[in-house]
Write a protein that binds this ligand. Structure first.
Ligand SMILES: [Zn+2]
Length: 220
């Protein structure tokens, strides 16, 4: 993998001053406008990460805008509040964009990344949960692997299963490098499950033992 990590913010500042001024006075980024509910920023990056998906470079800068032609994948993590209101019918666009970018970089390393399960309807999640309860014998055991519809991050569009069930080495690439794109493995017992919980360029939080951490949070 090739990484570019540099910070010549003064140069960028001079080149992009008009753009920066524009953004201050209300030019809204097209991508962020696509996100209906506000995204709660849970983990700031010290430097803004900008992605050149043609030359597969990551550019780290202190300026408030990425250079023209560079992709900006957000400067925070996506939490449940990102989809707390409204109907969710697909993966969160920023999660999808982060994955697509990571996929390009992985391909450069000869690794193929595929989302094998992303957005799920509430009905689908409820079916999977009930099936897991039957297989595991109790709700508590089932919740280690499959959460009820109202707790799972899949129907919220905030979770992806990658290269499941066959390709653990591919998912391992994402586990090692995903933090650069703001993608993290989150459960110790699920090597395939990733969420956009950190800002691109920020190391991922420690793994939770299993999915029950998200189940428990929602209990009164
Ligand atoms: Zn999952």
């Amino acid at each position: 993998m090739r990484w570019a990590h540099r910070d010549n913010s003064l140069f960028i500042l001079a080149v992009l001053l008009p753009l920066i001024a524009g953004s201050i006075f209300g030019v809204v980024d097209q991508r962020s406008r696509a996100l209906a509910p506000p995204v709660k920023v849970v983990n700031y990056a010290k430097f803004r990460q900008c992605f050149d998906v043609t030359n597969l470079l990551i550019y780290s800068t202190k300026t408030i805008e990425c250079p023209q032609g560079y992709l900006f994948l957000g400067d925070g993590g996506l939490s449940e509040s990102a989809t707390a209101s409204g109907v969710v019918e697909e993966l969160h666009p920023q999660l999808e964009e982060r994955f697509n970018t990571a996929r390009l970089f992985a391909a450069e390393d000869g690794i193929s990344l595929v989302i094998t399960s992303g957005f799920r309807t509430l009905e689908r999640q409820a079916f999977l949960y009930q099936r897991e309860v039957r297989i595991r014998g109790s709700e508590s055991e089932a919740s280690k692997w499959v959460l009820p519809a109202e707790s799972s991050h899949h129907p919220m569009g905030l979770a992806i299963d990658v290269n499941y069930p066959m390709d653990r080495p591919g998912a391992l690439w994402l586990e090692r490098h995903g933090w650069r794109f703001g993608l993290c493995r989150v459960y110790a017992n699920e090597w395939w499950h990733f969420e956009a919980v950190s800002a691109p360029g920020v190391k991922c939080p420690p793994l939770a033992p299993d999915a029950r951490v998200d189940f428990a949070e929602r209990q009164p």
